[in-house]
Unconditional design. Structure first.
Lengths: 210, 96
C-alpha cells in the first residue's frame, strides 16, 4: 500500500511502523528492485487469498441455495457448474457432489484414504479432517464422532457418510434453520461455517455481525 | 498465480507449518502479514524455487523464533516466514 493511496482515501494512520513492518517493507522493496517480484503480483495474490479461498465461498453457495430454489436444484444436479456460476472452481480434476440434509437425514464428509477436500469452496481442510481417528471412526461410529463435535442428532436420524476421493468431493447442504426468515444472503452466509459444510455441525439462527 | 497455486501452497506447508487460520480463514492482523505471504508466494512461483525447500526453511525458522512478550501467533508465524524467505535467498546467493 502506498502512502499516496492512503492520502487519497483521507485515511492516514499516524502510528509509526513497527520494526517487523519496516523489515517486511524493506525486503519487498529489495526484491522488487532485483526484479524477482512485482508489487502488482503481490497485490493479486493477496486479493486471491482474501476473496477466493476459504469457507466463505461455500457459505455463499449454501446461502444462495437457501434463498433461490432454482439455484438449489442446479447445485444438487451439478455442483461444479453451480459453484462456477458464483465464480468458484479451479478443481477441474474432480466432481463436486452436494449432499442435502433433510428431515431426519444428516450428511457428513470424510476422506478415509487421505485428505480429499472440496478446497475451491472450503479452502484448507482443518487438521482433524486429516487425522487417522476421524477418518476411521467417522465411518465406524459416526454418531459418537458427531457427539464429540457437540452435535446431538435425534436417535432416528439417518446419517449418511460420504467418502471423498480424488475424483469426487462432497459438500453438505444443511437445512436452513428456523428463525432465519427474511434474512438476506449475507446474513445467512455468516452462519454457515466450515464445520457445517463438512457435516460435523449445524447452522444456528444467531445473527453474526458481518 | 491462481487459486490452484494457493491450494498447492497449503498442501506443501502441510501440518508442519500451516498458515495461521481461524475457521479455515486466514488470519491477518496487520497489512504486512498479508504482504509477507504474497511476497513469498510470488517469489517462489516466479523463481521456480521448491515449496518443500521453503517449508524446511520455514519449519527451522519457526523453531528458532524467540517470541517477544505478548507477541501473537500470526506475528510470530509471519516473522518466521520472512526469515525463511531470507534463508531461501541466501541459499541461492542472492545478496540481501
Amino acid at each position: 500500500m502506498s502512502d499516496d493511496h492512503e492520502h487519497d482515501d483521507g485515511v492516514h494512520h499516524e502510528r509509526p511502523a513497527s520494526p517487523i513492518e519496516l523489515r517486511a517493507r524493506a525486503l519487498e522493496a529489495l526484491l522488487v528492485e532485483k526484479g524477482f517480484v512485482s508489487t502488482d503480483a503481490i497485490d493479486a495474490v493477496i486479493e486471491l487469498y482474501e476473496n477466493d479461498v476459504g469457507p466463505q465461498n461455500g457459505a455463499k453457495v449454501v446461502a444462495r441455495a437457501w434463498v433461490d430454489p432454482a439455484y438449489r436444484e442446479r447445485l444438487l444436479a451439478d455442483g461444479a457448474a453451480a459453484i462456477a456460476e458464483l465464480g468458484y472452481g479451479g478443481d477441474e480434476a474432480s466432481t463436486l457432489v452436494v449432499v442435502p440434509n433433510g428431515p431426519g437425514v444428516h450428511n457428513a464428509v470424510v476422506c478415509t484414504l487421505c485428505s480429499c477436500y472440496p478446497w475451491p469452496v472450503l479452502g484448507l481442510p482443518p487438521s482433524w479432517y486429516k487425522s487417522a481417528p476421524y477418518r476411521a471412526r467417522m465411518v465406524s461410529e459416526p454418531c459418537a464422532v458427531l457427539r464429540e463435535f457437540g452435535l446431538e442428532l435425534p436417535a432416528d436420524t439417518t446419517i449418511r457418510i460420504w467418502d471423498s476421493s480424488a475424483e469426487v468431493r462432497y459438500l453438505v447442504l444443511p437445512e436452513r434453520p428456523a428463525g432465519t426468515e427474511g434474512w438476506d444472503e449475507k446474513a445467512l452466509a455468516a452462519i454457515v461455517t466450515r464445520d457445517v459444510m463438512i457435516g460435523v455441525a449445524l447452522p444456528a439462527a444467531e445473527r453474526k455481525s458481518a | 498465480v491462481s487459486a490452484a497455486t494457493l491450494a498447492k501452497v497449503d498442501v506443501a506447508l502441510g501440518t508442519d507449518a500451516p498458515l495461521p487460520r481461524a475457521n479455515g480463514e486466514l488470519v491477518f492482523e496487520e497489512v504486512w502479514q498479508g504482504r509477507a505471504l504474497g511476497l513469498g508466494v510470488v517469489l517462489l512461483e516466479r523463481t521456480g524455487a521448491s515449496w518443500s525447500e521453503f517449508r524446511d526453511h520455514l519449519v527451522a525458522a519457526i523453531a528458532a523464533h524467540v517470541a517477544a512478550p505478548g507477541e501473537s501467533a500470526a506475528t510470530a508465524y509471519y516473522t518466521a516466514w520472512l526469515d525463511a524467505v531470507e534463508a531461501l535467498l541466501r541459499r541461492r546467493n542472492v545478496s540481501i
